[in-house]
Ligand binder design. Sequence first.
Ligand code: AKG
Length: 251
Amino acid sequence: MNSNVLVIFLTILFIVCFCIVIYFVLKNTNNFRTDSKSKSSANSSSNYNRKRVDNILRQKATQIRGTPTTPIYIIDNFLDAKLCDIVISTCRDNLIASPLTRYDDDDPDFRTSKTCYFEGTKYQQKVEDQIINTLEDKNYNCESSQLQYYNIGNEFKAHHDYFHPGLDSSFLKNGQRTWTFMIYLNDVKNGGTTKFPELNEVIHPKKGRAVIWCNLTNEADLDSKTLHQGSPVEEGEKWIITKWFLDKLKN
Ligand SMILES: O=C(O)CCC(=O)C(=O)O
């Protein structure tokens, strides 16, 4: 009889312990869910538009390179050949040394291209309108498109386009960079490719070709896989337009 009572007691004790363990397991799972939910709602408050633009670009791209999570969209013949030539001739005599968000004293040759800000010209407005219409992204802030020029040997070493939260706070005030929209304005005889080492991709310059990627992941985190470089021009010259979109809505 005594041993029966002991068996019943031990069974009840086992059930109670089992229930306590299950309770704590479920509680921890719930905490985890709560954490990830608050993370994504914080992200959505940054007005981030990744999925919508991905859907648009999937329809418009000539090729999609990269990976499903870090796609690189290529649109061939995006800019009319005549407009490419006009933009080059507008900027040829107005070039200054290309700036950097952060300068590296140890490597003065990190970016050796030249830049032209051609704001206010009717050609820039044409290019701007075409880019903004392509992304159907009129509601977001963006930086004005600018031209970059590379002579033989010039390059832009591997970098990310997004602003680093710890290092680029003055730039971040206006918003984080989301989409990079780059257009080659000429064919380059040799070299001058755009390389994405983390994605094993090499894009060749082609007159009028647009290359577009997002610098943030679907979850609005910095996407380190977007590391890219403009490799040295070996023969000829290279002219491109670059434009960056920001994650802040216009006022
Ligand atoms: O020149 C290239 O191919 C890349 C340009 C680039 O990386 C940039 O302007 O951020």
